[in-house]
Design a protein around this ligand. Structure first.
Ligand code: SAM
Length: 304
């Protein structure tokens, strides 16, 4: 039996617990016995016919392209409210265009919350992400706004982004999606070459230093009439495996998609230390609903 769930939206950011409880209580069928329509990212298929499935961990890029991107923006709740909230956060962190049309770069921009907020703070924006479906969504949301998009890996700053940015932001946990901690120095060095002297680099990410245990690792992300999302966290020494589970109501019934990728377990101290080594003065950081926000100013010589 399929029972409709009330339309509401929760996210890991807001950490609402009610959604999952309601999902189970309403008796939603999430997997047909045949697993018809299931989409398993990272499952090999050489053994087709033997019904053997070997789930593997996807890269972040595969996970966003294959599983998460069609549903990502639902995790943000009301999109316009999120833009307003994040604009206020950027303002608190001192991000404001010094002159009209100054350039800001939004690294790992997703569907564009911060890019849009930055235009409201007076910037023209270069929005970078390797997930093309999310970039396409951003372009649709920002039709008449001064935002250019570029598809690529944020670790390749120097080939993707011209110098002269007044501000660079990397918000909403993009940083912990990097493959390894050793990517931080490369990214931060790249940012330093693209910022003007005195330009600011603002980051927010989830502090995954502390470990959730047992049932606390199961998190409801979103529940509405046609999509239900949850995730399960599996902690490793330096990373967390994020298992995403997504049920989508389609014409023929509910289909189930799942995928797993790794996030880095970053802490404010570790990120601040890498920023300092890359020539930034870290001015302060504050937590915001389990997230860490850092503002860093380029203290080194001017960019070329
Ligand atoms: C958690 S989402 C955050 C999106 C957006 N900043 C927000 O707050 O809504 C992470 C985003 O970073 C992108 N991403 C992760 N690693 C990346 C990389 N190495 N290069 C480019 N994009 C990356 C993903 O495709 C995704 O859009």
């Amino acid at each position: 039996m399929i029972t409709r769930t009330p339309s509401h939206s929760t996210s890991w950011y807001q950490c609402g617990r009610a959604a999952a409880a309601r999902t189970v209580a309403d008796g939603v069928c999430w997997a047909e016995p045949s697993d018809r329509g299931a989409h398993h990212v990272g499952t090999t298929s050489e053994d087709r016919g033997l019904a053997v499935s070997r789930p593997t961990v996807s890269s972040v890029r595969e996970h966003y392209d294959g599983v998460l991107s069609p549903h990502y923006s639902r995790l943000l709740g009301d999109f316009d409210a999120k833009v307003a909230e994040q604009q206020a956060l950027l303002e608190r962190l001192g991000v404001r265009a010094g002159r009209p049309g100054a350039m800001a770069v939004d690294l790992g921009c997703g569907s564009g919350v911060h890019s849009i907020a930055l235009t409201r703070l007076g910037f023209r924006v270069l929005a970078v992400d390797f997930c093309r479906p999310l970039l396409a969504e951003l372009r649709e949301r920002a039709l008449r706004l001064p935002i250019d998009t570029v598809a690529g890996d944020v670790r390749d700053m120097e080939t993707l982004v011209p110098p002269g940015a007044e501000a660079v932001v990397c918000m909403g946990d993009t940083l912990s999606h990097l493959e390894r901690e050793a990517d931080l120095p490369r990214l931060f060095a790249g940012v330093a070459t693209r910022l003007v002297a005195g330009g600011c680099f603002v980051l927010s990410f989830r502090d995954l230093g502390a470990e959730l245990r047992d049932l606390d690792r199961f998190l409801p992300l979103h529940a509405s009439d046609d999509v239900i999302m949850a995730c399960m966290l599996e902690y490793e020494a330096h990373t967390v495996k994020v298992h995403d589970l997504i049920w989508v109501r389609e014409q023929e019934g509910w289909t189930f998609r799942k995928g797993v990728y790794r996030k880095l377990r970053l802490t404010a101290d570790v990120v601040a230390a890498h920023l300092t080594s890359a020539g930034f003065a870290v001015e302060g950081h504050g937590a915001l609903g389990g997230m860490v926000a850092l503002r860093a100013v380029l203290a080194g010589p001017p960019s070329s």
